[in-house]
Design a binder for this molecule. Structure first.
Ligand code: SAM
Length: 288
């Protein structure tokens, strides 16, 4: 990543070496930069995308497009589960996923387990709209390692686990392996669902395949990868992978989704179905 300046323009550019591509946003200025014990965090003010949070040189959240990711990390799983009362979010320190989860009135308790408190404190300052539900009495914010937290949970105590993490390097590396999925499996109730951000379906297909294999190794019976746009992430196309202990993931509460009593900007019955549709190259890669 570099912030390149020319005569009139200042751009934040994330260079994605693995895919030989880069993504840039024109910025007005860098508002904040710090090194925490876990990672570097920067905040930019952009000309057209609102605020931008960058962690270790990778784009995380922009004001303009975060709804795509946060809604698709939350609502497909919550409208697939019959009635999710207890939800745990691992990572997600910008609080956007927490806000979406708490739109569901059936949720009685939502815990956000973020390793780096500074991510949340900066989100409160620069993305207050994402933190709108942080004071909801059903919300609990913990600043500890999600791997350890999940290993310590009571068996069969959680309905939905959402892993809203950074890429599988640094503190998030251990969130992408069979040992972590085994902790999640143990902590989920029998109808429980795990959903994890699973990177680009174009350039990270090997990672998605490995995740799916590890989820099955942890005994999850059904695994589905959902696809959705996310302009600020490498290739602009993103995915999340859902795993369920003992039931299907294709059917969801369509009526509940159609008559939902809250606003969404991307999620609806049609985008949920569209996200479940896999193109031939992915079906072949997954052996479906
Ligand atoms: N939407 C983003 C993406 O896909 O790039 C992720 C956003 S969210 C800011 C990711 C968060 O995961 C970061 O704040 C990071 O601190 C957190 N994280 C990474 N490893 C973690 C761990 N082991 N336990 C808890 N949180 C973790």
């Amino acid at each position: 990543m570099t912030a390149d300046s020319s005569a009139e323009d200042l751009w934040f550019t994330e260079k994605h070496a693995r895919s030989g591509s880069s993504f840039g946003l024109r910025v007005k200025e860098r508002l904040h930069a710090e090194q925490t014990p876990f990672q570097s965090i920067e905040i930019y003010d952009t000309t057209d995308w609102g605020k931008l949070m960058v962690i270790d040189g990778c784009t995380m959240v922009s004001t303009r497009d975060n709804f795509l990711y946060h809604e698709m990390m939350s609502h497909p799983a919550l409208f697939t589960h019959a009635r999710a009362k207890r939800v745990v979010i691992i990572g997600g320190g910008d609080c956007g996923t927490l806000r979406e989860v708490l739109k569901h009135e059936e949720v009685e308790h939502a815990v956000q387990v973020e390793i780096d408190e500074r991510v949340t404190r900066l989100a409160e300052q620069y993305f207050p709209e994402l933190c709108a539900s942080n004071n909801d009495p059903r919300a609990e914010l913990l600043f500890i390692d999600g791997i350890q937290y999940m290993a310590e949970q009571e068996p069969e105590s959680i309905d939905v686990i959402i892993v809203d993490s950074t890429d599988p390097v640094g503190p998030a590396e251990g969130l992408f392996n069979a040992a972590f999925y085994a902790s999640c499996f143990r902590a989920l109730r029998p109808s429980g669902i795990l959903v994890q951000q699973s990177e680009s379906p174009l350039v990270h297909l090997d990672l998605i395949k490995a995740m799916r294999t590890s989820m099955r190794m942890a005994d999850f019976q059904t695994v589905k990868t959902l696809l959705f746009p996310q302009p600020i992430y490498p290739t602009g196309w993103w995915s999340c992978t859902m795993a369920r202990k003992r039931a299907d993931l294709s059917d969801f509460r369509e009526r509940g989704a159609a008559t939902r009593q809250f606003d969404t900007r991307y999620y609806c019955v049609e985008t949920h179905k569209a996200a479940l549709a896999l193109p031939p190259y992915m079906r072949e890669a997954f052996g479906e």
